[in-house]
Design a protein around this ligand. Structure first.
Ligand code: NDP
Length: 300
């Protein structure tokens, strides 16, 4: 196997340790404790797991964690009232409304009701615009995690050819903007792209955010390229026993690792970086709110 495996779990632990160090300094030197509020509406099992682990890690880095649960039947008005309270609460520096929301609630309306300075998911329209115009944005956590891993692998990304596969608002488009901001030459591919293997083959950096198991093959990868696999796909794993499943990415790991220079595994690659970057964003939001210098190396 030729490629260096980028250990997202270890990298995320380093980011969390860096955040914890700066939180301790903020608390001891300025008497400020960064606070993250997470809002969960309904009983979606996957969302409950995410919210629990976000709360646990928030406390582990020394921040205050505020968890708000509303029933599945909550009205838009009730949710907007809660967001308004959190916007006004000085102890809350970051607000995350766990998605997806139940169908009767308008996600865009709710996200855009969050104070953009506290929008640690980076989904508020004003943060989207700031990122697109190179201004001080809150950056969506998953693409930020990908960027931190790429910077760590390459140092400067300037002039490199990058291909992002996927154009969603939460991964593909912000990733495009981040890579452009690093002076990469960026192509964004999607379901209508013609000859995707040929497009991918010219890239020094490939970010796959599609949601299709093992779609990107090793023979699509330029030798030595860095491959960041955002995809999380659960597939059947009969080899592990009847009814068993396992997680795979959008990239066929074994064949791609023969050719790539560096590659993230699934699980253990991008996934752990997402919560680490949520904590980093909360720290950034707290520093900005208090007119203090932003944490080094954790923002764009
Ligand atoms: P979306 O479904 O919103 O977007 C998928 C994108 O892939 C679309 O732009 C779509 O194109 C494109 N696409 C679909 N089929 C093809 C194809 N055959 N060839 C090329 N492009 C294709 O997904 P997300 O961006 O939300 O998520 C992508 C993956 O990343 C998922 O597996 C998700 O679970 C994972 N994810 C992981 C996170 C993490 O923390 N690691 C966080 C967020 C997501 P088109 O626009 O034309 O339809």
């Amino acid at each position: 196997m030729a490629a260096t495996i980028i250990d997202g779990k270890a990298f995320a632990a380093r980011v969390r340790a860096q955040v914890a160090g700066q939180v301790a300094r903020l608390t001891s030197e300025h008497g400020i404790t960064p606070g993250l509020a997470v809002v969960l509406v309904g009983e979606d099992p996957a969302s409950q797991v995410y919210v629990r682990s976000k709360g646990k890690m928030t406390i582990e880095v020394g921040m205050a964690s505020f968890e708000h649960r509303l029933p599945e039947t909550a009205t838009e008005g009730e949710l907007l009232d809660l967001v308004d309270c959190l916007n006004k609460d000085d102890q809350v520096h970051g607000i995350l409304v766990q998605l997806p929301l139940p169908d009767h609630l308008n996600s865009n309306l709710v996200i855009n009701a969050i104070d953009p300075a506290k929008d640690v998911d980076g989904f508020h329209i004003s943060n989207v615009g700031r990122l697109g115009t190179g201004q001080n944005a809150m950056v969506p956590c998953t693409p930020l995690g990908c960027l931190l891993m790429l910077r760590d692998t390459h140092g400067s990304l300037s002039g490199l050819d990058a291909v992002v596969i996927g154009r969603s608002n939460i991964v593909g488009k912000p990733m495009f903007n981040l890579l452009l901001g690093e002076s990469c030459t960026v192509t964004v591919a999607h379901s209508r792209t013609k000859d995707l293997p040929k497009v991918v083959r010219r890239a020094d950096i490939v970010v796959a955010a599609v949601g299709r198991p093992n779609m990107v093959k090793g023979n699509w990868i330029k030798p030595g390229a860095t491959v960041i696999d955002v995809g999380i796909n659960r597939i059947d794993a009969p080899e592990r026993g009847e009814g068993k499943t396992r997680l795979v990415g959008d990239v066929e790991f074994d064949s791609a690792a023969q050719v790539a220079g560096a590659i993230t595994p699934v699980p253990g690659g991008v996934g752990p970086m997402t919560i680490a970057c949520l904590l980093a964003n909360t720290l950034t939001a707290c520093c900005r709110a208090n007119g203090l210098p932003e944490p080094e190396g954790l923002t764009v």
